[in-house]
Design a protein around this ligand. Structure first.
Ligand code: FUB
Length: 347
């Protein structure tokens, strides 16, 4: 009898285990639009309406490689909605690569800002020498169309600009991305075409920040590195690739503290670190968003009437790493100011 019970128990346990590992991952939210592929959502509240500035993923036929050559985007479409869960409007082409005089290829993750009646769209694109730079374009409307400046922002490089407005009215740009984002080629703000990625035992490459000039089209100061440290104040090594910076910077304030969040790239987390100044240092606190379906993970965070939202993407619609779809889900804080980790799937 005991033997029979033991075998039944074992069978039950293995069935349970099988059911869990085999469980279909049910997404906690659905794509905001499905008529085009969109990624890297930077969300803002402009004039009481939610505007999302995403990448516009396409199938261009470009070959997949470790540099992200298959992310071969050629324009931006801006999305907007009155409220979370409301109807999402696609405002059409807001900026086309053809109309950026200095651009070569690959329009990657953008962000936007508003100041004194003008909207600014910040975007990374490779120049004609295949070097990523960050450009800016302006419009009188949040949805564009945007008119690009004739040159990239002087002193800018790499990818993934995030524009943060501090409570004193200053604007900062956070940026950078290693591997295909080329940040490794810019030690000390100088371009070194042959510069390599760090070895696992070396200190990891750091993200960058610069205060914007009053014209919103220039850097007001030399680009600085942002220190992300562990609880003991030590910088991460490249080998700590589940915590070190890779790409996809975002900055927000919560209860007077500065929250710098970013993707760890090859380990696919969105992590965050907290500091007392927009320049850091930022102390690592944990994971905002666990890996999503697809290789890349990219997000933005914003508050609407006391509720916090996490915008992100996955590949639910296509199953292909370069054809993504943007989503949104709620973000919650613990009483001590730490963020409750989001799992984008019910397992
Ligand atoms: O969309 C192209 C690149 O993929 C972005 O710039 C990265 O952040 C990653 O999401």
């Amino acid at each position: 009898m005991l033997k029979f019970l033991g075998t039944t128990c074992l069978l039950f346990l293995s069935a349970l285990l099988f059911a869990q590992t085999d469980a279909v991952q049910k997404p906690v939210s659905q794509p905001l639009v499905s008529h085009i592929y969109t990624a890297d959502p930077s969300a803002h509240l402009f004039g009481g309406r939610i505007y999302i500035y995403p990448s516009h993923d396409i199938e261009s036929g470009a070959k997949e490689d470790d540099e992200g050559g298959h992310f071969d985007m050629k324009d931006y479409h801006i999305l907007s909605m009155k409220k979370i869960g409301g109807k999402v409007k696609d405002h059409g082409v807001a900026l086309d690569i053809k109309n950026i005089p200095w651009a070569g290829r690959q329009l990657w993750a953008p962000d936007a800002a508003y100041k004194d009646g003008t909207y600014y769209l910040y975007f990374p694109v490779k120049d004609k020498k295949d070097v990523f730079r960050i450009g800016v374009a302006t419009s009188k409307k949040p949805e564009g169309p945007f008119q690009a400046e004739p040159q990239p922002i002087s002193g800018s490089y790499s990818i993934d600009p995030c524009i943060f407005k501090d409570t004193d009215g200053s604007y900062y740009m956070y940026f950078g991305g290693i591997w295909g984002g080329q940040l490794q080629r810019w030690p000390g703000n100088n371009y070194e075409a042959g510069a390599q990625l760090k070895k696992p035992e070396e200190t990891a490459i750091l993200p960058r920040v610069a205060k914007l000039g009053a014209d919103m089209k220039t850097f007001a100061e030399p680009v600085k590195e942002i220190r992300i440290v562990d609880e003991k104040g030590n910088l991460f090594l490249e080998g700590n690739n589940d915590k070190r910076f890779f790409e996809a910077s975002w900055m927000h304030r919560y209860n007077g503290k500065y929250y710098f969040s970013y993707s760890t790239g090859d380990t696919h987390n969105i992590c965050y670190a907290i500091g007392d100044s927009p320049y850091g240092p930022f102390t690592y606190k944990g994971i905002v968003l666990k890996p999503v379906q697809g290789w890349t993970n990219h997000h933005s965070i914003m508050e609407i009437e006391g509720v916090w939202w996490l915008f992100y993407h996955d590949v639910q619609l296509s199953g292909k790493t370069h054809l993504r779809n943007v989503k949104v889900t709620e973000l919650t804080y613990n009483p001590d100011g730490t963020i409750r980790t989001v799992d984008a799937y019910r397992r």
